[in-house]
Design a protein around this ligand. Structure first.
Ligand code: NAP
Length: 308
């Protein structure tokens, strides 16, 4: 086997698993298409991770985690995992875009990817006005009007973030109540640059080379309106990245992986951690806890098999 433990995914769950596995002296590889970062690196500032009373940059905290993993001897590969298979002799083959690796145990922490709206025009204007990352693209919309779709914490925090650049932010949510917590609702309501369009859905997206506008429907009155916006930020939830392990795990109706309290799956030696797992709260704090538990369980699994 090439490695004792392969960690798939470099968000907070994967990085924590790698830190624990590396510190435990296990020969560990972490695979991530971007070399790590995960969802926090698409967020400007994290305010609710303990230990940082002034908040900490999303990229900054993930860079620190990667440095810590490397300091414990973890190798990090910039690669994408296509499929994981259980080998005859009990280990795993992890097939990637660049080839593949083998390991005695795997921690799968591949997270989720953003959902789209599925409305006409959306595909054409992806990355041409439509974005899933305000931190990455917000500065492109200085003094422009942008819309944010969604009513969860992501939509509300990113709407507030976008007011740094945009002259107006339209916050479009399909219900008349937000899913987001009160702290974020308060920040939205205190911000004069944000205009809330509640009980409203986006019906289509239009433009020329780049996005120029959207058509929205007010679900209470039925009124349909064309709005001029240059940017459209979608925060309408997430889909778990489960494809590479689908044949090795059980999932719930939404595709999230079912795991025991120790992060084990129905395949011995395969553990999951973070947002890809069915769980009630998806935060950096809970991802970090999952990662530590998964690495600890992988270590116990290897020790029971006399791997050290
Ligand atoms: P989320 O909580 O799942 O919210 C998704 C939002 O998109 C919901 O408001 C949903 O509407 C809406 N939506 C879904 N499909 C839609 C569609 N087809 N058209 C229009 N709207 C649609 O996702 P999230 O906001 O990304 O948050 C994910 C997790 O991360 C949550 O646990 C959240 O608390 C956490 N998070 C926390 C913070 C923080 O500051 N603490 C920041 C970011 C994320 P409905 O409400 O009607 O279902």
């Amino acid at each position: 086997m090439d490695y004792d433990i392969i960690v798939v995914g470099g968000g907070p769950a994967g990085m924590t698993a790698a830190i624990y596995a590396g510190r435990g002296g296990w020969n560990t590889l972490l695979i991530d298409p971007m070399g790590g970062g995960g969802q926090p690196s698409t967020t400007d500032t994290i305010y609710n991770y303990p230990g940082f009373p002034e908040g900490i940059g999303g990229t900054e905290i993930m860079d620190l985690m990667a440095r810590q993993a490397k300091a414990f001897g973890v190798k990090i590969a910039f690669d994408e995992v296509a499929r994981i298979d259980k080998e005859q002799e009990g280990g795993f083959r992890v097939t990637t875009g660049e080839g593949g690796h083998t390991a005695k145990a795997v921690v799968y922490a591949a997270g989720t990817h953003p959902r789209k709206l599925g409305v006409p025009g959306e595909e054409k204007y992806l990355a041409k006005g439509i974005s899933f990352c305000a931190t990455c693209d917000g500065a492109l919309f200085r003094d422009k009007v942008v819309a944010v779709v969604g009513g969860g914490d992501s939509a509300l925090t990113e709407a507030v973030f976008l007011t740094k650049y945009a002259k107006e932010v339209l916050l479009i949510h399909r219900r008349d109540e937000y899913r987001a917590g009160m702290a974020n609702v308060k920040l939205v309501r205190e911000n004069p640059k944000i205009k809330e369009l509640l009980s409203t859905v986006v019906e289509s997206v239009r433009g020329e080379e780049f996005l120029t506008g959207i058509t929205v429907r007010d679900l209470r009155s039925g009124e349909v309106r064309d709005l001029e916006v240059q940017g459209l930020f979608l925060y309408v939830g997430w889909t778990p990245n489960v494809e590479p392990v689908k044949h090795l795990v059980d999932t719930d109706d939404h595709g999230y992986v079912l795991a025991a309290e120790d992060m084990s799956t129905k395949t011995p030696g395969l553990f999951v951690a973070g947002d890809v797992r069915r769980k009630p709260l998806r935060q950096i704090t809970t991802a970090v806890g999952d990662g530590a538990t998964a690495a600890w369980s992988a270590e116990n699994y290897l020790l029971l098999r006399g791997a050290k």
